[in-house]
Design a protein around this ligand. Structure first.
Ligand code: PMT
Length: 412
């Protein structure tokens, strides 16, 4: 089992939810963490530093300009000391400063200087949370790999009811530890992941493609690698940097994806088809650029190979996971793909202008023979990690690290 990071830097910013932050310290310490609290100047207006000192057992850090504290552990050293940074509560103001990479107080500077994973637990009035400025900031932060925990819905300090409350301290601690405890549930396994779109050429300058960015598939490849697998990522044309430690095979068309995947799955333990492979491809590729002539142009398309169905038909075959991208009737269509192609698991997502494609977040409905689980809106990486844990659980129920309940699933 991987070691859980033990040195957690807790940033407390100036919101009323700061009164709950001492309990966050307590919950983290119960789970074996050392906690160093760093407060912003406005956080002091809500809770006295002495409270944090008492519960953390460490002197609280507040200022970039504290010569005595800097002499003990300078801010860069503090940034290096942290194995994870958690900001709870994270106010709208702090999220905005984080988005802009400000370094105008100790906490913001530490966030800029650390290479540790950063988590934020937002807390603010519901209208401030819903404001497009805050929502855009959150998307940017998620895109940079920052994990957003919450917020929750409910009654707010201002008397309003809605989304914006900080998650309860126990839940923050639990979710943080879940993210950090990356158990090698796929150690020793060979996993093949397909990602991105395909391009089906019409002539030397044109092609038919789709809106897949590859983000979901790349996140799955990263999560499988983190879980200890040997990962081959068969990627359509995308503008992403592959996760480190993953072997990448680049392809363009459905035919190339088909050939590369069938070669890679030979002897593999798991195949995860996250690519948006073309269903149809032009029957001929014109050798020269098609010239404008009549008012209409008809292209004849023929079926492209169904990579997922072919992998599922192999004997012996790996554990086969498909994705279903739907614009309607998500569960019904996904279930029919699961059954028709005899898959072990399918991850269904709604796609369209607002969901699925080319975003940093997503929501998945997982279906497998005998069960299902809903993974609510979250970053693609977080969803990918949950998917990987589910795969591990289904492949080997008795060895899986977490029970079905812990993963939020239900048995049908
Ligand atoms: O890449 P992003 O921008 O992050 O977007 C993510 C995503 C929406 C593309 C991803 O989450 C997703 O849903 N991928 C599957 C897209 C898709 O092709 O869905 P489908 O329902 O059309 O296909 C079902 C399954 O069959 C998929 O596993 C697909 O890889 C597979 N397939 C489809 C056609 C084909 N010719 N060969 C296949 O293997």
């Amino acid at each position: 089992m991987a070691e859980t990071p033990r040195r957690i830097l807790l940033g407390v910013t100036g919101g009323i939810a700061a009164y709950k932050s001492p309990d966050v310290v307590r919950r983290l310490r119960e789970r074996g963490a050392e906690v160093q609290v760093v407060m912003t100047p406005s956080a002091r207006e809500f809770v006295a530093p002495l409270t944090f000192q008492a519960v953390s057992g460490r002197e609280v850090r507040e200022s970039l300009w504290d010569a005595a504290a800097e002499a003990a552990m300078g801010h860069i050293e503090l940034a290096r000391w942290a194995e994870a940074v958690l900001i709870a509560p994270a106010t709208a103001e702090f999220l905005a400063r984080l988005t802009h990479g400000r370094a105008d107080d100790l906490l913001a500077t530490l966030c800029l200087a650390t290479t540790a994973p950063v988590f934020v637990a937002p807390a603010m009035n519901r209208a401030m949370w819903a404001n497009p400025a805050t929502q855009d900031n959150v998307k940017i932060l998620q895109g940079r790999g920052i994990t957003v925990l919450g917020p929750a819905r409910g009654e707010q300090a201002c008397g309003e009811v809605g989304e914006g409350r900080m998650l309860e301290p126990a839940e923050i601690a639990e979710r943080l530890m879940q993210h950090l405890t990356c158990e090698p549930v796929l150690a020793g396994s060979r996993v093949v992941v397909s990602a991105g779109p395909t391009r089906e050429r019409i002539d030397p300058v044109r092609y038919i493609s789709n809106r897949s960015s590859g983000k979901m598939g790349y996140a799955v490849a990263q999560a499988a690698r983190e879980a200890g697998a040997d990962v081959v990522l068969v990627s359509g044309p995308v503008a992403l940097t592959p996760p480190s430690g993953v072997h990448v095979v680049r392809v363009e068309s459905a035919a190339e994806m088909h050939a590369a995947v069938l070669q890679a799955v030979n002897g593999a333990d798991v195949y995860i088809g996250a690519a948006a492979v073309a269903d149809y491809t032009p029957s001929v590729i014109h050798p020269q650029k098609l010239k404008k002539q009549a008012d209409t142009l008809t292209l004849e398309l023929v079926r492209a190979p169904d990579v997922l169905a072919e992998v599922a038909a192999l004997r012996p075959r790996p554990f086969v996971v498909g994705f279903a991208a739907e614009t309607e009737q998500l569960e019904a269509y996904a279930r029919s793909k699961l059954e028709r192609k005899a898959l072990d698991l399918i991850a269904a997502n709604l796609v369209g202008d607002e969901t699925g494609f080319d975003r940093d977040d997503n929501a998945l409905l997982l279906l497998w023979p005998g069960g299902q689980a809903t993974l609510p809106q979250d970053s693609k990486l977080s969803l990918a990690r949950q998917l990987v844990r589910r795969i591990a659980l289904l492949r080997s129920p008795e060895q899986a690290p977490a029970g079905r309940e812990a993963l939020g699933g239900s048995l049908a």
